[in-house]
Design a protein around this ligand. Structure first.
Ligand code: DAH
Length: 357
């Protein structure tokens, strides 16, 4: 606003033209340029100040005061315009970044168990219901448990059945170490601990049964559609006074029926070789209905535990007899869920995994 005390109309006019110039700007940069025209070093207000040089002292006073008042009015207009531009910018940003509160919220994904974990849990449940304990053992294993105690001494040709990851360390036991190539070493570890625990009963001539499964990770130098360097096995061991192949067949068939949720299933033993069992057999199953019907599918190695292995457990092979088996958990999961490439289990592709939720 221009007050009456503004001495001359040229000043009122100057303030009005500054207001108009500021009003025409629509960015802070334009506004600063417009400001320079009025308040800058060679701006119009400064020129007016310079123009007072020839005035009398009294005139200088009144003129100076009037120019100052005009200057203040221009500064006030400038500040107001600055604020208006800032307000407009804020309003523009708020509009651009407006939240649409009607959009559905971002949901946190609910996870699910991995298909291998699902199979693993089913296996524990089913064998648990048949009276099997569930054991757990080290993945970095020494040579004695992984090979020698299982009747597979150094230089035995059966060692080359398994391509092994050796670990560059020697234990306090002086043994070489490897990533366990199977869960079978847990037969020895578990039965040895069992023998120690039941030493008194054993000394008294009793025969406390060993009945355990051991699911876990295993490692071999292998990589294709049906082999992965890390895979999962479940070991089974049942030793007692009179445990036979008949028990193995009933146990394993019942397991398969529960695991695959069908009674339309047959099982056969196919002669095989493992150093820790004699006789040894592969277990094949065949579905009689469903997408896999009619094909023999290999699901497990098995056999009657070799007397030397029973001895290595600290048990008497004259009193303890029984069977062992070793099955691929990934293989069982592939058959159950209809997966044809093992590697999909380990790629971590969420589109694949979410199908099992
Ligand atoms: N450990 C064997 C493997 O990885 C599988 C196996 C075969 C385990 C026979 C057993 C068995 O307990 O009796 O190839």
């Amino acid at each position: 606003m221009i007050t009456d005390s503004l001495a001359s109309t040229d000043l009122a006019e100057l303030v009005r033209s500054a207001e108009a110039a500021f009003a025409r700007t629509d960015t802070p940069a334009d506004l600063e340029n417009a400001k320079a025209q009025f308040l800058g070093k060679s701006g119009r207000v400064t020129e007016l100040m310079k123009g007072m040089a020839q005035l009398s002292v009294d005139d200088k006073k009144t003129r100076g005061a009037a120019i100052n008042q005009a200057k203040q009015a221009i500064e006030a207009a400038l500040t107001a315009r600055r604020q208006a531009l800032a307000d407009a910018e804020l309003a523009r940003q708020l509009k651009a970044q407006a939240l649409d509160v009607t959009l559905p919220g971002r949901q946190r994904g609910t996870g699910g168990l991995h298909p291998v974990s699902l199979a693993w849990e089913r296996i524990e449940q089913i064998f648990g219901s048949m009276g099997f304990d569930v054991g757990d053992g080290p993945e970095v294993e020494n040579d004695w448990f992984n090979f020698t105690a299982l009747n597979n001494p150094p230089n035995h040709p059966a060692r080359s059945m398994q391509d092994t990851f050796y670990v560059d360390m020697q234990g306090e036991d002086g043994q070489p170490y490897c990533l366990r190539t199977h869960t079978s070493p847990m037969q020895i570890r578990y039965a040895t601990a069992h023998a120690r625990k039941h030493a008194a009963a054993l000394a008294a001539g009793e025969i406390p049964e060993v009945r355990v499964i051991v699911p876990g990770r295993t490692y071999r130098v292998d990589n294709d559609a049906t082999h992965s360097p890390m895979f999962h096995q479940v070991e089974g061991l049942w030793l007692g006074e009179n445990v036979s192949f008949k028990d193995l067949k009933v146990t394993y068939l019942n397991f398969c029926k529960a695991f695959f949720e069908t009674d339309d299933l047959i099982l056969r033993f196919r002669p095989s070789y493992f150093p820790f069992t004699e006789p040894s057999a592969e277990i094949d199953i065949q579905f009689r209905t469903g997408p896999l019907a009619g094909k023999w599918l290999e699901v497990s190695g098995s056999g009657q535990v070799h007397p030397q292995v029973v001895r290595n457990m600290g048990l008497d092979p004259e009193r303890f007899i029984g069977f062992a088996f070793g099955s691929g958990i990934d293989r069982l999961a592939m058959l159950r869920y209809g997966v044809n490439d093992l590697r999909q289990f380990f790629d971590g592709d969420i589109r694949f995994l979410s199908q099992f939720r």
